[in-house]
Design a protein around this ligand. Structure first.
Ligand SMILES: [Zn+2]
Length: 690
């Protein structure tokens, strides 16, 4: 196995570097959530953290990493003899794949062996492996629901508990939780969000020299990982040494009352829930002081800690962007008794945050030789160009366009209308997808899953993890005589074993097909339509559905939002949606058809619900109405569940949406009937069509 990428060699990412180091200094800080786009080396850096963690002392042979000084009294491998002593091993960073099984995470109890051989066999899972180390989840926002529940339980209790058919095992599971996520792919549940001590936003550098350095080091590493790691070993060892020193110093750091009050003031002014924010900010401030070799927490420590600990704890609704208003923060940080707020200088220059490549003459930069020998040597100076690219500040070529874009489009010129704000969202009725599928966990339709309610039993195939006891006993009972049973116990064979068939709820894909044409464009009406779609989006968010948005207006239909788990983006696209022009209903439905075809290839288990929001008036080509009806029948032929929201209003109603619904084989509801508390008697659910 080749050497891992060294922690010290990673360019930039100062906040992430600091957050990880602070957790290594003080595990009580509670982990890090890393938010950012793909390709920012955030995972590389997290993985490299393992090499920087101090060693842990363990009881030899214990699979649950018991501390020799305080062994877990419930340890399944215990009880441990105090005289046995301890041995040191490297701290672990354990990766949890987002699609892992429950058994993989919590461990598995081998019921087959337990029953047929009378042996209680427990195979530890990732929670056991991560005890006293780091549990790392890449793309944590995509983690399956049942794993999130297990994780939250373990994190809250500090133990993992596995129970199968009355046999239970319990062991300690305390770990730093580190997760990365791309917010464009969906947000985290608030309870899980709260489990991360700190949060950091990362983005790739826009600085050409830094970008070049990233690539240079990456190439050098790929060319010879071991030599590259060896070159950085000194830096990494120094950092590990400093972390160890800071960890020892932690107990001697004083948090003065004035600073503790500052922390309380900040947390109160950001209206965070509960007391966790205060605690994490205090612990982080203390770790910062220790890291900088100080014995007392300063106001600057508190500010830095708040920036890391608070952004994800503000009470907010799901569509708000995360982040912290720094002006508000500085306001809250100010001591009301202090005379004048003096501008504080940037933190000391000895942090891990400034040991990057921009440090210039650090030993590693001359050690970068090998990649120079790849033929690019000497020409590296070319990257000094940035000055020229930001030249000519006076010339503003974009100004003219910007003013046109910024201003509301003139009405009455026949051009499109500017975006209309959405009406307030409300709770919608549940529209479900009929039948039973195999999709990801969620709440809109039923699916065969590893968790959920037991609905039957089947002959066990492979290793048995979900034994159906009654069915197994029934199967075995038939053969007891033939097997020559004499004692009290049942004589079991492998072939008797039956496993439970479980059914849970699955998340779906809800594809909105929204009419944004002129016939819908009356201001008040479009506002109501947007409010309705926003409400349905909120509902989809709560049910962990993927959402997509197709709109049609003017000459064509567009896939405004490709299927994503990020309902936030859906809401943003909807808010900015302009309206006007003709009504190519058929084009909208065809676009939906194509989108679903692609999505079936990409995510075949997730079943779709198409929600068409229109007044049903098709205008556009010669045969607009015919086109729309043919497209509707084509879509219906794929068997997809759909729903039409009829937006027609006014004294004369044509009932076109209802006809469209007929072609789609879909129920139709009016805007008013969408609300959960509106007209409960009018239940024309999707389910009734099944
Ligand atoms: Zn143990």
């Amino acid at each position: 196995m080749s050497a891992a990428y060294p922690f010290s060699a990673i360019v930039g990412l100062a906040d992430l570097r600091l957050a990880l180091v602070l957790n290594a200094v003080s595990p009580a800080v509670g982990g890090v959530l890393v938010r950012g786009e793909k390709g920012t080396a955030k995972s590389t850096m997290v993985r490299a953290l393992a090499g920087q963690l101090p060693e842990v002392a363990v009881v030899p042979g214990c699979r649950f990493s018991c501390d020799p000084d305080a062994p877990d009294p419930h340890c399944p491998d215990g009880p441990h003899d105090a005289a046995i002593g301890g041995s040191a091993r490297a701290a672990r960073l354990v990766e949890l794949p987002v699609g892992a099984s429950e058994d993989r995470l919590a461990g598995s109890l081998d019921i087959e062996r337990a029953l047929t051989e009378g042996v209680k066999a427990y195979e530890p899972g990732l929670l056991a492996a991560a005890h006293r180390g780091v549990l790392y989840v890449d793309e944590v926002n995509l983690l399956h629901d049942h794993l999130v529940d297990l994780l939250l339980d373990a994190a809250a209790m500090g133990t993992s508990h596995v129970e199968r058919e009355g046999v239970s095992v319990r062991h300690a599971a305390r770990f730093l939780l580190v997760g990365t996520m791309n917010p464009e792919e969906g947000e985290l549940r608030p309870q899980l969000l709260d489990r991360f001590g700190l949060t950091v936003e990362v983005a790739a550098s826009r600085e050409p020299r830094e970008r070049a350095e990233v690539v240079r080091r990456r190439l050098a590493y790929e060319a010879d990982p071991d030599a590259f790691a060896a070159r950085w070993a000194g830096e990494d060892a120094e950092l590990a040494e400093r972390i160890l020193r800071a960890r020892t110093a932690l107990a001697h750091v004083v948090l003065p009352d004035a600073e503790l009050e500052r922390i309380a003031r900040v947390c109160a002014s950001f209206e965070v829930d509960g007391m966790r924010a205060d605690l994490v900010t205090a612990r982080t401030s203390i770790a910062l002081a220790a890291w900088h070799g100080r014995t007392e927490v300063t106001a600057q420590d508190v500010r830095r800690a708040a920036l890391l600990a608070l952004p994800h704890r503000r009470r907010r609704n799901p569509f708000d962007a995360p982040g912290l208003d720094e002006e508000l923060l500085d306001e809250a940080l100010r001591d009301p008794d202090e005379p004048e707020p003096e501008p504080e200088p940037e933190p000391e220059g000895d942090g891990p945050d400034d040991g990057g490549p921009d440090g210039g003459g650090s030993p590693p930069s001359d050690a970068d030789g090998p990649d120079g020998s790849n033929g690019s040597d000497g020409s590296g100076n070319a990257t000094q160009a940035p000055k020229s690219t930001e030249a000519a500040p006076g010339s503003t070529p974009g100004t003219e366009d910007a003013s046109v874009e910024g201003a509301p489009a003139p009405s009455g010129t026949g051009r499109e209308q500017a975006a209309v704000a959405a009406a307030e969202p409300y709770r919608t009725r549940l529209f479900s997808v009929p039948g039973v599928g195999q999709g990801a966990a969620g709440r809109r339709s039923r699916a065969r899953t590893a968790s959920g309610r037991t609905t039957g039993a089947q002959v066990a195939a492979g290793r048995v993890t979900r034994l159906h006891v009654a069915a197994t006993v029934r199967a075995a009972a038939l053969h007891q005589k033939a097997r020559g049973r004499t004692g009290a116990g049942l004589v079991l064979r492998r072939a008797d074993l039956r496993e439970a068939v479980r059914e849970g709820r699955e998340g779906n894909l809800v594809l909105f097909v929204v009419d944004a044409s002129g016939s819908m464009a009356a201001r008040k009406r479009m506002s109501a339509v947007k409010g309705a779609v926003l409400s349905l989006l909120l509902d989809a968010y709560q049910r962990r559905d993927k959402v997509g948005l197709v709109t049609f207006r003017g000459a064509d239909a567009a896939l405004v939002l490709p299927p994503t788990s990020s309902v936030e983006i859906g809401a943003a696209r909807l808010a900015a949606l302009p309206t006007g022009g003709r009504t190519p209903v058929g084009a909208g439905l065809l676009r939906a058809h194509e989108t679903l075809r692609v999505e079936r290839l990409r995510d075949p288990l997730r079943r779709a619900l198409v929600v068409v929001v229109t007044d049903g008036r098709a205008t556009g080509g010669r045969d607009a109405l015919g086109e729309s009806r043919r497209a509707a029948r084509l879509l219906a032929a794929t068997g997809v569940a759909s729903l039409v929201v009829d937006c027609e209003s006014g004294p004369v109603r044509l009932g076109l949406a209802a006809r469209l619904a007929g072609d789609l084989g879909a129920p139709v509801v009016t805007l008013q009937e969408l609300a959960a508390d509106g007209l409960a008697g009018l239940v024309r659910d999707v389910r009734s069509v099944a």
